[in-house]
Design a protein around this ligand. Structure first.
Ligand code: CTP
Ligand code: MG
Length: 234
């Protein structure tokens, strides 16, 4: 039987957030942001292990008590210069430590998406568990899309039909994902699916919603706080 493992790249510095502390540790609903991300993944009964990839010089992780997740949590301080490098380094370290099979599923999920819901996660696993390629949560684009010229004037309006915003988790088998990321080293990819696409495969898009947005700018913190508080009060 193939296992399901989650991998959370959490080695970024959060430069667009503009805080001294990396954004994954900023407080949200009384906990560091990454706590909520870990909580959702650890509580999913299908997921056997949750792998965390920290920056080699991370000085925040050890300030918190993570013992409630000790049954599933595995921490690796091997983050790289890019998200893709962090994911690949984490996969390699976890393979040595735990012995992952090529057929095992890896769900790569950004630390900075703390509002992933239980039902979105279940839906992704249900829709992809028998898939030949794997895929990702994504949202059909809602706004009208403008392409700009050099002066920030509208060059043209792009049709939004068939356009999606990629989210995470992105779910691929270990063997395929590791190979795809190795092939994509030294390219500018910003998600895991891009690496799989580059070897000619077609990841499946699983419809999600905007609650699972990525906390990127300071204004995003208030929105994430609102979503988490509303969910906790239900
Ligand atoms: N990430 C990582 N290693 C990197 C860069 C990013 O593990 N070298 C992680 C981040 O910690 C985050 C996820 O990848 O959980 C998505 O990246 P992003 O939102 O871009 O976070 P940052 O790179 O930290 O933010 P910024 O781009 O604003 O600097
Ligand atoms: Mg980044």
């Amino acid at each position: 039987m193939s296992k399901f493992l989650a991998l959370i790249p959490a080695a970024g510095s959060g430069s667009r957030m503009g805080n001294d502390v990396p954004k994954q540790y900023l407080p949200l609903s009384g906990k560091p942001m990454i706590y909520h991300t870990i909580n959702t993944l650890c509580r999913n009964p299908s997921i056997a292990d949750v792998l965390i990839v920290l920056a080699p010089r991370d000085s925040e992780w050890d300030k918190y008590d993570w013992s409630e997740f000790s049954g599933k949590l595995r921490v690796f301080k091997c983050g790289g210069d890019t998200r893709a490098a962090s994911v690949l380094n984490g996969l390699t370290a976890a393979q040595h430590a735990l012995g992952i099979s090529p057929e095992d599923w890896i769900l790569v999920h950004d630390a900075a998406r703390p509002c992933l819901s239980r039902s979105q996660l279940d839906k992704l696993i249900d829709e992809l568990a028998d898939d030949a390629v794997g895929g990702l949560l994504a949202v059909p684009v809602a706004d009208t899309l403008k392409r700009s010229n050099q002066e920030n004037r509208v060059a043209c309006t792009e049709p939004r039909e068939h356009l999606w915003q990629a989210q995470t988790p992105q779910m691929f088998r270990y063997g395929l994902l590791a190979q795809a990321l190795q092939n994509a080293a030294n390219t500018q990819i910003t998600d895991d699916a891009s690496a799989v696409e580059a070897i000619g495969l077609r990841p499946k898009l699983v419809a999600s919603d905007s609650y699972n947005f990525k906390v990127t700018y300071p204004n995003d913190l208030a929105l994430a706080e609102l979503i988490l508080q509303q969910r906790n009060s239900q």
